[in-house]
Design a protein around this ligand. Structure first.
Ligand SMILES: [Zn+2]
Ligand SMILES: [Zn+2]
Length: 687
């Protein structure tokens, strides 16, 4: 008998399904050891020696593992293939006091073939990967433990800050200020609808856009110029100057990584990164997809081979490119996941629900989300090995000019252009249409020098737009581009900065709260170098280098700790206390008002909105001298869809997540995660 140790019960169940009777599988339920809760647990004087202790509530599972391990021939440590997984295995080894039955096995998909292969090739614990986890844990512990008391003294009690979270909030703050500083400019775009002179075809009409006036690029900044140009265009003669045709081939997207998968989850399903990762974890633990925390787009050779056969058989050979497509990216950490996120088997899409003995979901909502995400991963992956989509692209250049009988030009020659694209072979688009770009209307067949008639001129006033606020997708994309995010950190980072009330979502996009602004400005002003994007990226690289065995974890800590601790004391002593901006409501504080009427002229408080640890509330501007507070009701302007009397208001769940409820609660129980549309009557279960 052998024992396999994993971190999750779902993963354990999947393994039990195909491993047979020679194996017992036991789950640790996540980490079993961590730094202590009650103290810093890092001996700074002694080379940052960490003190890992058994986590609260884990004594029972450790006892069970110990008991089982004594009865078996071999113990396989089969936690996830990354630094956190390696650390869990290492901690299990520590509590079992390294008996020689112990072996580490690693697989990137929970399938019989992959696990059998892993059992045939066991290895020892990878000390470098474990060190990378220690380095990350100690670094974040030092930052958290040292910054929090500072923030309590200088900004507000109860605050905390992290290394990667701080730069993520910084991105959102800087974007907000860019938007506020943005000066919008007027500009005009002028379109003309023209028609072939001698054609009876239905689609002989097409729209051209003004691109040049004389030899100059058409840049029209005001209404007066737009009117002059429009008037001249109305009296001009139109002719085709040139027709260009070319074939455009569009290759498929690479298969998903954690970053691109979570971005697609936001764009296509409107899911948070946290939700996409939660669903992906279930699919991985159920054996349906490869490991979902990965920065690699590599694909196993055998998977490519199977996919090519599948495409040829199911879609035909014209959908199969002559050679396989390789998406070469190197994982940052050689020892971690080597592959893109892909389905483990291609046939499962067709019998997803009938998969024997398969159950990974506790609710219909999760079940249907899992199916949606699985199908997306499946399509994206199969499409990545399919033939290119082929388009005919046509560009028609049209001139507009006016010449009198003496062939004297009366005004500038205008150049206008139409571009169109027609798909002539769908290729991978047959499968992956989810993010299809809008296609421009088909253009008629026209000849060079052909005369055209004008139908109408359409001048359109436009305004330059400020950059958009980050949503979860663009934030993850930016974090990846700057080298700040890692597959294991995107979702937790984005979640944490919301729970801490440093940023909030408005129409799915992030804006900083007043606390977020205050903490950001304080940290950036006092630790400018440490919360630079480049330095944060450099530290993340260093953690990867520890995993690759290139540097020592203590050196990485020192590189941060020396400048950080040097600054800490002087900031503690010298930095000014920060005031958190409040929003005035324009009403007097009722308590102050009463006191003033009773003769106390010092009571001049007015009501302001503050952001506390549990969200926004109304209080007196004279706080802490006046303690008046009231609940802030954020109205949405929508009438409650259930009782049709109350207002739909914004509330926060116990876990800090925003939801929509009825102002007549508890009389009316309406609650929904999504902003209701008028006429909706869905009620969510919110705890
Ligand atoms: Zn007051
Ligand atoms: Zn109601």
């Amino acid at each position: 008998m052998n024992l396999i140790i994993v971190e999750s019960p779902t993963k354990a169940r999947t393994l039990t399904r195909f491993l047979g009777t020679k194996f017992m599988v036991e789950a640790t339920m996540g980490h079993i050891m961590d730094l202590p809760k009650s103290k810093i647990g890092v001996d700074i004087e002694n080379n940052f020696k960490p003190e890992y202790v058994v986590m609260e509530g884990k004594e029972k599972v450790i006892k069970e593992i110990k008991k089982l391990s004594e009865k078996v021939d071999k113990v396989f440590l089969a936690t996830d293939p990354d630094r956190e997984g390696e650390a869990i295995s290492s901690h299990v080894k520590d509590v079992l006091q390294s008996n020689n039955k112990l072996k580490r096995i690693v697989f990137h998909e929970i399938t019989k073939e992959a696990v059998d292969e892993a059992i045939k090739n066991p290895r020892d614990i990878d000390v470098n990967l474990v060190d990378a986890q220690i380095g990350r844990r100690v670094l974040d512990r030092l930052v958290g433990y040292k910054l929090s008391p500072l923030l309590w003294r200088k900004v507000r009690r109860g605050l905390s800050a992290g290394r990667v979270q701080t730069v993520t909030v910084r991105l959102i703050v800087e974007r907000e200020r860019e938007i506020l500083a943005f000066k919008t400019d007027e500009y005009w775009e002028i379109f003309a609808t023209v028609k072939q002179l001698n054609s009876s075809a239905v689609n002989s009409k097409f729209i051209v856009q003004l691109i040049k006036i004389g030899d100059q690029k058409a840049e029209i900044k005001d209404q007066k110029t737009a009117e002059t140009v429009t008037n001249e265009l109305k009296t001009a003669s139109y002719a085709v100057l040139d027709v260009k045709k070319r074939e455009v081939r569009k290759n498929p997207y690479p298969p998903f990584t954690t970053s691109t998968m979570t971005q697609a989850g936001v764009r296509i399903f409107g899911w948070s990164a946290k939700k996409t990762m939660m669903i992906a974890q279930r699919l991985y633990e159920g054996g349906l997809i490869t490991y979902h925390r990965t920065d690699s787009t590599n694909i196993a050779a055998v998977a490519i081979q199977n996919t090519r056969e599948f495409i040829g058989k199911n879609y035909g050979n014209n959908y199969l490119p002559p050679t396989p497509r390789f998406y070469k990216t190197k994982s940052k950490v050689a020892q971690e996941a080597h592959e893109a996120v892909r389905p483990t088997k291609l046939d499962t899409i067709f019998n997803f629900h009938r998969k024997a003995g398969y159950s990974f979901s506790i609710s219909n909502e999760v079940e249907s989300s899992a199916k949606k995400l699985y199908e997306l991963i499946w399509k994206r992956f199969v499409a990545c090995q399919m033939a290119a989509a082929v388009y005919d692209e046509t560009t028609i250049d049209v001139t507009a000019e006016q010449v009198n009988s003496l062939t004297v030009k009366l005004f500038n020659r205008y150049l206008l252009r139409a571009s169109g694209q027609i798909m002539k072979f769908d290729g991978w688009r047959k499968l992956y249409q989810t993010e299809i770009e809008t296609e421009i209307e088909k253009l008629p067949e026209v000849q060079k020098d052909e005369q055209l008639t004008l139908i109408k001129v359409d001048p359109q006033q436009k305004f330059t737009q400020p950059p958009a606020r980050y949503n979860e997708a663009s934030l993850i994309k930016t974090l990846e581009k700057l080298g700040i995010g890692r597959p294991s950190t995107y979702a937790p980072t984005i979640n944490t900065i919301q729970i801490r009330n440093y940023v909030e979502k408005e129409d799915r996009a992030f804006k900083p709260t007043n606390i977020g602004l205050a903490v950001n400005d304080f940290l950036i002003a006092n630790f400018p170098d440490l919360f630079e994007y480049k330095f944060t990226a450099h530290m993340e690289d260093n953690l990867d280098k520890i995993a690759n065995g290139e540097i020592k974890w203590t050196d990485v800590i020192l590189e941060f700790w020396n400048p950080f601790s040097g600054k800490l004391a002087s900031v503690q002593d010298n930095a000014a206390r920060v005031k958190i901006e409040t929003e005035k409501l324009g009403k007097a504080c009722p308590e102050c008002n009463e006191a003033r009427l009773a003769g106390d002229e010092s009571r001049q408080g007015e009501l302001v909105i503050r952001t506390g640890r549990f969200g926004k509330f109304i209080s007196c501007s004279r706080f802490p001298d006046c303690k008046y507070t009231e609940k802030l009701v954020e109205k949405t302007g929508i009438v409650c869809p259930v009782c049709k009397q109350g207002d739909v208001i914004i509330k926060k769940s116990k876990k800090g997540r925003k939801f929509y409820g009825c102002s007549r609660y508890p009389e009316c129980k309406f609650a929904s995660w999504q902003k209701p549309n008028k006429g909706d009557i869905k009620t969510d279960n919110i705890s």
